[in-house]
Design a protein around this ligand. Structure first.
Ligand SMILES: [Zn+2]
Length: 287
């Protein structure tokens, strides 16, 4: 009887009470998926969400990236309320869009606008992989095309941060058409003399990697980002060969001439602002 008494109490004590559970604020700690070490979220945030132990670059959502990169109070968002409809009557598409909109507080998978980086004005598009996996629906394509047109009119450079799972399956061929549409918009922008910089972040795949993401005057990527068109398994099955372990990583692409530089997140702002300086008309070098 005495044994039952102690045994019972011990079991109860191991379960945290509802109150104790509530005392730990949600999202206070975050585990690094690469090295499994646990950090205060604030510590990670101060380090631009780069793991202090293993240098793993955590995914950033669109506004975190914009706030990290642009000078405070300089950002003006464009086409913030543009949303997709359901042109193919795809089952549950509207519900899925509504769910992602309330989860991310975004109208679509890309945020466009302009702002300044260390004082240099530039237009931007930042994709957000939390919204339908950053897939390129007709609104993503339209926002990119409109933003490029606007940057051309104002006469400022354009920087795009890609993060995408590829095509938006619920929009079928309309999604695929965005590859052509955005590529033509980039071409027109470049023909007018505009500077177009592409920064590929984890993951950049499918139609996005095969269109505007690879069309930069400079093509950069964050360390270890997965970049590719089709998945590894599909390619292996098609060519009947085993692919190298680091295939489709930023580093692999750099070694094979498909990228200009792999850029650490801590270096990004400095590098982009030096390029903006180099390409700004009327600025004389003091060296
Ligand atoms: Zn880590």
């Amino acid at each position: 009887m005495l044994k039952d008494f102690f045994g019972g109490r011990k079991k109860d004590a191991a379960v945290p009470s509802e109150k104790a559970k509530k005392d730990v604020p949600e999202g206070l700690m975050q585990k690094c998926p690469n090295c499994n070490k646990i950090f205060y979220r604030k510590e990670l945030k101060n380090n631009l969400y780069v793991c202090p132990a293993c240098d793993f670059h955590h995914r950033l959502n669109a506004w975190e990236r914009i706030h990290n990169l642009f000078d405070p109070d300089t950002v003006e968002e464009w086409d913030a309320t543009l949303t997709s409809n359901n042109p193919l009557d795809f089952p549950d598409y509207e519900e899925k869009l509504a769910r992602d909109q309330s989860k991310t507080k975004l109208s679509e998978a890309a945020v466009t606008g302009k702002g300044t980086i260390n004082g240099f004005e530039t237009a931007f598009c930042v994709m957000d992989s939390r919204f339908r996996m950053g897939s390129m629906g007709s609104v993503v394509g339209e926002k990119i095309a409109r933003a490029l047109e606007k940057a051309k009119e104002i006469g400022i450079p354009f920087i795009i941060f890609t993060a995408s799972g590829g095509a938006r399956m619920q929009e079928g061929v309309l999604s695929l058409m965005q590859m052509t549409k955005t590529s033509i918009a980039v071409k027109r922008f470049s023909d007018s003399g505009g500077l177009f910089i592409s920064v590929m972040t984890h993951p950049t795949t499918g139609g996005v990697s095969a269109s505007f993401a690879s069309l930069g005057d400079y093509n950069f990527a964050e360390p270890k980002a997965l970049i590719g068109f089709a998945g590894r398994r599909i390619i292996e099955q098609t060519i009947r060969e085993k692919l190298p372990k680091d295939f489709q990583t930023a580093e692999f692409l750099l070694n094979h001439g498909q990228l200009d530089k792999v850029v650490h997140r801590h270096e990004m702002k400095r590098l982009l602002s030096s390029l903006l300086l180099m390409h700004t008309e009327g600025v004389e070098s003091h060296e």
